[in-house]
Design a protein around this ligand. Sequence first.
Ligand SMILES: Cc1cc2nc3c(=O)[nH]c(=O)nc-3n(C[C@H](O)[C@H](O)[C@H](O)COP(=O)(O)OP(=O)(O)OC[C@H]3O[C@@H](n4cnc5c(N)ncnc54)[C@H](O)[C@@H]3O)c2cc1C
Length: 316
Amino acid sequence: MARILVIAEQRNGKISDATLELCKAAKALASAMGASPAAAVFYKNDSLAKEVAQYIPEVFAVVDPKLEVYSSDTYVAAAKAVVEAQDVKGVLVPHTYDGTDYAAKLALNLGCGIVTNCNKFEVQGGAVVFTRNTYNGKIQEQRSVKTDKFVATFEKGAFEKEASGGAGSVTAVSASIPEPRRKFKQFVETMAGSVDITQAKIIVSGGRGTKEKDKYNDIIVNFAKKIGGEYAASRPVVDAGWTDAARQVGQSGKTVTPDLYIACGISGAIQHVAGMKGSKVIVAINKDPEAPIFNIATYGIVGDLFEVIPAIMEQL
Ligand SMILES: Cc1cc2nc3c(=O)[nH]c(=O)nc-3n(C[C@H](O)[C@H](O)[C@H](O)COP(=O)(O)OP(=O)(O)OC[C@H]3O[C@@H](n4cnc5c(N)ncnc54)[C@H](O)[C@@H]3O)c2cc1C
């Protein structure tokens, strides 16, 4: 039977949540296509393969010391070996830094089409149609590939995590793993990574309306400090690198329930609201009176955040 294969992702020997989400996706897609779900795990030993087997019925393990840390050279070689040794119809890859780094190269090596940044799929007449975001989620488009096989990358948070408890099989697959052309030196934990915004009682969150990194820091970070809270952000702010991913609120970020959540220049997209709607008091500052954030706000201030926030700070 053809397989829908998840390529597992690990860092420091820990399987990512995105992998578990794709286990759920693979099961649904395989069932819609009359295929079977499976995962491929690449590591220095088979411990992670055994772990992933709790989430999906069949796991293929490529074991090599060179697979202890991620590299696109080694991952493409390992994934190609699994796809060629097994009857694989589709390959699902997390749309993460690592996944986006190697997925296109893998598709090239397999000679198949790729659809990136997907968040949904449906099967129409045996063909998979992927829905993907474009223009930061403002537009969704549908795509399918013309080739027999496909590679698809999926956004984090597009599916729920699969629950553990299964007892899948683990099969070793031999592969010739090349020396990676990039040399891994060390992991450096970011300072911001240690922030846990989920514990904050007060959160000041900035969105794309803050315009640029310096303004985000100047307005949002200082406002948060002034009122003894933590600063946070919507996804475009994190994607643009204005603040750290540990501070992202929403479906693919953190879920927060502070006493006070001040949303500044945030439109109120459903994926953002999913992460903060449980806040006790929500204050929205937005210059667009029609912004959806006002639908869930306890208090709304229609105005330019660059005028409103300094005015509040002055009063404080
Ligand atoms: C699978 C998936 C997962 C996602 N996960 C997340 C997630 O975890 N978190 C998240 O946030 N998004 C997430 N998104 C993206 C989400 O769909 C929206 O694109 C995003 O939340 C929009 O961010 P924003 O409100 O900052 O930007 P925009 O939607 O561009 O809104 C900017 C707002 O700022 C206002 N504004 C502009 N200038 C000013 C000013 N001077 N003063 C006051 N207001 C101003 C505008 O009126 C506008 O309302 C996800 C999307 C998908 C598909």
